[in-house]
Ligand binder design. Structure first.
Ligand code: NAD
Ligand code: MG
Length: 387
């Protein structure tokens, strides 16, 4: 029996954050909330504070911190900005940090939580992609735990635990294929924001939903898997599985495969990461094998979805290449969501960003944050000129 886990949830108002709070509500004897950090959605954060009564709260902007101070019925510590995220991540009463901010904005807080020896349940894949070696170093030196929330990686965690590394030939992570799975290349290039946001199987925040339409999300996940499970690019494959019921497969040296199956509900991997190694009643009914259903599996098409190939290229190059790819992609996705560039420009910008920048080894947080900033400036200029 694990003791009560005390959580700091970074990105509390997002898709993963709100699902995490639902898991907390289902297991009040196992999970409690100490700190909540959100971005700009202050109304929702206020409601969450009234319900869960965290002692530490943070928002992105100073004006929202002031607003919260006068709109809460009690008096928690209220912080803002990057320092506020760190205050929540490092709160002395929290033993478990849920890293669910979107994008490289979560980098420093994920690293700090690992360095402080917390259990860090990471949904924020960009922080692992951008600062991979720094995260592993912080984990090693902090002596805490890193548990993936991303469904494919939570599946791999279940499949690979206790395996002899030499017995693993490859792993496969599945992709739904997104809304454009059957579209022609030309039609994909001209897709609208509404079409790209219409994900067939998962309901998620806007950035990851666009990444799912380009397959960049799966590319980021390939890099994430390499880091988390110490695998080479050749050992990680992607399989298109539109039903999103098999989340990952482990392929062993003898040609045998094991698959992880569960409903496509993020509360499952969230609960797994929070409570591991304990398993309690889940947020959805157990899998119903008597229901007639068909599963299909297919290879991804790198010609129609070039972002996946770019992620493999960045992984093979190593060093800061994944950070460059991520910064370009975040910039391009934001521009696409604001309707400033066509869908096809996301992949084109990402490809040129990788080609235009050298990729020295990752050394420290300042270097990576600096490179992230510079690449965003570069990508913004590229998008204005070419997007
Ligand atoms: P979202 O957009 O719904 O939520 C993002 C959260 O981060 C919000 O609370 C927002 O207010 C906060 N935030 C954004 N910028 C911030 C900043 N500068 N400072 C403080 N807070 C900030 O996104 P999401 O879908 O919940 O995704 C979060 C992360 O989890 C992403 O990295 C995503 O790739 C990953 N992930 C999400 C899912 C999913 O099902 N949604 C699945 C797997 C992985
Ligand atoms: Mg995933």
């Amino acid at each position: 029996m694990t003791a009560l886990r005390r959580l700091a949830i970074l990105g509390a108002t997002g898709s993963i954050g709100t699902s995490t709070l639902e898991v907390v509500e289902a297991h009040p004897d196992k999970l409690a909330v100490v700190a909540l950090a959100g971005g700009r959605n202050r109304d929702l954060l206020r409601d969450q504070c009234e319900r869960f009564r965290p002692t530490c709260v943070s928002v992105a902007q100073a004006e929202d911190a002031a607003w919260l101070t006068s709109h809460l019925s009690y008096h928690p510590e209220i912080h803002h900005g990057a320092e506020g995220l760190l205050a929540c991540a490092l709160h002395p009463d929290a033993d478990t940090v849920v890293a669910a901010v979107v994008g490289a904005a979560g980098l420093a807080s994920t690293e700090a939580a690992l360095r402080a020896g917390r259990r860090v349940c990471v949904a924020n894949k960009e922080s692992l992609v951008v600062g991979g070696p720094l995260m592993l170093k912080a984990l090693r030196e902090g002596g805490g735990e890193l548990l993936p929330i991303d469904s494919e990686h939570a599946a791999l965690h279940q499949l690979l635990a206790g395996r002899v590394p030499t017995s693993i030939r490859e792993v496969r992570i599945t992709a739904s294929g997104g809304p454009f799975r059957e579209w022609s290349r030309a039609r994909i290039q001209a897709a609208t924001v509404a079409e790209a946001l219409n994900h067939p199987t998962w309901k998620m925040g806007p950035k990851i939903t666009i990444d799912s339409a380009t397959l960049m999300n799966k590319g980021l996940e390939v890099i994430e898997a390499a880091l988390l499970f110490d695998l080479s690019a050749e050992q990680i494959q992607v399989t298109i599985h539109p039903q999103s019921q098999v989340h990952a497969m482990a392929g062993f040296t003898d040609g045998t495969y094991q698959l992880q199956v569960c409903a496509n509900d993020m509360k499952l991997p969230i609960q797994y990461a929070l409570l591991w190694p304990e398993r309690l009643n889940g947020p959805v009914p157990p899998y119903d094998w008597d229901l007639a259903r068909t599963w299909t599996f297919d290879a991804p098409d790198l010609d129609r979805f070039p972002c996946l190939a770019l992620a493999y290229a960045a992984l093979r190059t190593g060093g800061t290449a994944p950070a460059i790819l991520n910064a370009a992609n975040e910039t391009a996705v934001a521009a696409f969501l604001e309707d400033r560039i066509p869908f096809g420009a996301i992949a084109a910008c990402n490809a040129d960003a990788l080609a235009a920048h050298p990729a020295p080894p990752v050394e420290n947080l300042e270097q990576v944050l600096d490179l992230d900033r510079q690449t965003r400036v570069w990508a913004d200029a590229w998008l204005v000129a070419r997007g």
